[in-house]
Ligand binder design. Structure first.
Ligand code: NI
Length: 171
């Protein structure tokens, strides 16, 4: 496994629509392994393939609806959202937009259908932060960043308070 370089906002690759995977072999497995390691190292809750320069429909997301210390990463290849339910408003960031956060409305619950690294189709539910992260990562696959969707971005004062007051999460 290896860490991948995370592209930042100004890179045009982040604005492209990604193509689906049709082959589920070594290259994909290597990418997903690397993305998982990169996400963990960056302390994020999600990472999409275009963020590491691969314009394909795959992402990794941290499942946080588990007891503390038992969080784990799951992989979504060719994902699509089947159901969006409820609404949550919250602070969102992105590993490709370092140091910036905004208020983004997202569904409270989603059901996503995807393939695993071997091509098997499955469905999974995301709640709360996990629903937010799934939506955020899927947006990346279509070239959308959270800054496009934010009702507003946090001010300098709010950022200072946030950095002083606790840990941040970035997708
Ligand atoms: Ni992101």
């Amino acid at each position: 496994m290896a860490l991948r370089h995370i592209l930042t906002q100004e890179n045009p690759a982040l604005r492209r629509k990604c193509r689906p995977y049709t082959e589920f072999g070594h290259r994909l497995h290597q990418l997903l392994d690397d993305m998982g390691e990169t996400l963990t190292q960056a302390n994020g809750v999600g990472l999409a393939a275009p963020q590491v320069g691969i314009l394909r429909r795959a992402c990794v997301v941290l499942e946080t609806n588990v007891p503390e210390g038992e969080e784990y990463i799951f992989e979504l290849v060719n994902p699509e959202i089947l159901l969006r339910e409820g609404e949550q408003e919250g602070t969102e960031g992105c590993l490709s937009v370092p140091g910036q956060f905004g208020i983004v409305r997202r569904p409270e619950r989603v059901v996503v259908r995807a393939q695993d690294r071997y091509g098997n189709v499955f469905e999974r539910e995301g709640l709360g932060l996990t629903a937010r992260a799934i939506c955020h990562e899927l947006d990346h696959l279509d070239g959308t960043l959270f800054v496009d969707l934010a009702d507003r971005m946090l001010t300098e004062a709010e950022l200072e308070e946030m950095y002083g007051g606790g840990e941040d999460e970035a997708e």
